[in-house]
Design a protein around this ligand. Structure first.
Ligand code: HEM
Length: 447
């Protein structure tokens, strides 16, 4: 199968459309014996690697989907020494100083250093399916790998399905690549090469030819302090005539995110949630922060959507001028999943997290420096982006553990600044990987 002249049979399924499953395990491993591992990569893993084509059709979706990606040290362990021309990837995430993390003190210890050689993603409808697939994989791989760390992700239950742990609907806005499926209104359409290495629009040169149709996978374990976030909203409701304290707290949360919990964008629904708009994929992404009549962005008015809102910081749309794609090559495709349990009654009543929960963040791009790292460092963490002195992204903006100032959140007083003394999202670290094409696994990585 192909679309837009890209070979969907050869591209791992998670990259363009996500795994489409409620459960996903991230299994981080080291390569203990390269010769053995290569043989098993070819005989046991490659036949299980799920392509985009397979995922696109219900009838060909496997019970448990599998994808695999390698870190820089993993490629070296396989004796693949080509430069991938990606500085963050080459160094590994633990030495990336550009993410606003206060060093690696909060990191999961296994992510510190460069011991992780690769990650296997297993996705299915049930934990049992995942565990049985993992058991058979482990017995096939034997001593060729060592298990370093695992993180089990799961969609939240019932009505919260599809929502991240703060309660907001996620997975609404991802870019489409040119020619691949019909874009929804407002969806960014980006050159294929912005996501897939070696395709049209990939601005980085010097990659080995086998890297074509692969994509860099950024993994981050982002802990979310949900009771603490809720307490902050309760303590700081926006005070406006006609709003109850609860309405005011909900409005503050929605303005921090740029969307209501239903997914409705605050730019289109500035005062109250409109759940029907949130659900409607033909409308919930159809805005660009410009005045629909003039086509211009008002760079001083934040009544509809703060300049610092998470979705505006990470994808400024017409704020950077239009058409969007000619002015920005900073798009990522997100494919993360929540991890950890629901908030317990004890945690809710004490306003304190007792058990870790958060987002197993996954982002794909053809350049980490233009993609994830750029969004985090030069947009979310930059206090003068996107207009004037907006402060940090209140959700993911990071200041090395120091407090963060956010402006424009209060529609009744845009000059009011709010200082966030705690982070509601705490980085527990991660790693940078490359998710190769199936043919690269067959012809380069396993030989
Ligand atoms: C959109 C939550 C981390 C980049 C969103 C949305 C939510 C959300 C609720 C709106 C739904 C959607 O448009 O799909 C979170 C939470 C995070 C997190 C709770 C951490 C725990 C990140 C990180 C980045 C990022 C680390 C990149 C550095 C984006 C982008 C969008 C988005 C690019 C789409 C914006 C658009 O196209 O309008 N996020 N996010 N997010 N997020 Fe995050």
């Amino acid at each position: 199968a192909s679309a837009a002249n890209i070979n969907l049979d050869d591209i791992q399924g998670d990259i363009l459309i996500g795994m489409l499953k409620n459960m996903e395990l991230f299994f981080f491993f080291g390569i203990a014996n390269a010769t053995d591992f290569k043989a098993k990569l070819k005989s046991d893993i490659l036949p299980l690697v799920t392509s985009t084509t397979q995922l696109l059709d219900n009838s060909t979706q496997p019970i448990t989907a599998l994808n695999i990606a390698f870190s820089q040290t993993g490629l070296l362990a396989l004796n693949v020494t080509d430069s991938m021309s990606d500085v963050p990837f080459a160094g590994g995430q633990a030495v990336d100083p550009n993410l606003g993390d206060p060093g690696t003190t909060n990191w999961v210890p296994e992510f510190v250093g460069t011991n992780i050689h690769g990650v296997i993603l297993l996705a299915s409808d049930t934990l049992d399916n995942i565990n049985s697939q993992l058991a058979s994989l482990k017995s096939a791989l034997g001593d060729s790998v060592t298990e370093i760390y695992s993180l089990q992700g799961a969609a939240r239950p019932d009505n919260e399905k599809g929502h991240e742990h703060f309660g907001f609907l996620d997975g609404i806005s991802n870019p489409a690549v040119v020619g691949f499926r019909t874009p929804l209104p407002g969806q960014a359409v980006v050159p294929t090469g912005e996501i897939l290495v070696g395709e049209t629009g990939d601005r980085i040169t010097g990659r080995p030819s086998w890297a074509k149709d692969g994509s860099f996978l950024v993994f981050r374990q982002l802990k979310q302090l949900v009771p603490e976030f809720n307490k902050f909203l309760t303590d700081n409701p926006i005070q406006q005539p006609g709003l109850t304290p609860q309405n005011g707290s909900d409005l503050l949360g929605a303005r921090m995110m740029g969307r209501w919990k239903s997914g409705a964008p605050v730019f289109l629904a500035p005062l109250a949630d409109e759940p029907e708009l949130g659900r409607d994929t033909s409308r919930n992404n159809d805005f660009n922060y410009a005045d629909p009549t003039t086509g211009l962005v008002n760079t001083t008015d934040q009544t509809k959507c703060p300049f610092s809102a998470h979705i505006r910081k990470t994808r400024p749309r017409a704020d950077l001028g239009l058409p969007e794609n000619s002015t920005s090559n900073h798009h990522i495709i997100r494919a993360g999943i929540p991890y950890g349990p629901e908030v317990s009654t004890e945690e809710a009543s004490s306003n304190t997290t007792a058990t870790e929960r958060g987002l197993a963040f996954v982002a794909y791009q053809s350049s980490i420096g233009n993609g994830f790292q750029f969004l985090q460092k030069l947009w979310a963490d930059k206090t003068n982006f996107v207009h004037g002195n907006v402060g940090f992204d209140p959700i993911i903006g990071a200041n090395k553990g120091a407090s963060r100032v956010v402006n424009g959140l209060d529609p009744t007083d845009p000059t009011r600044s709010i200082t966030l003394v705690t982070d509601f999202v705490v980085s527990r670290g991660g790693e940078y990987f490359f998710s190769p094409s199936l043919s690269a696994i067959a012809n380069t990585l396993s030989v």
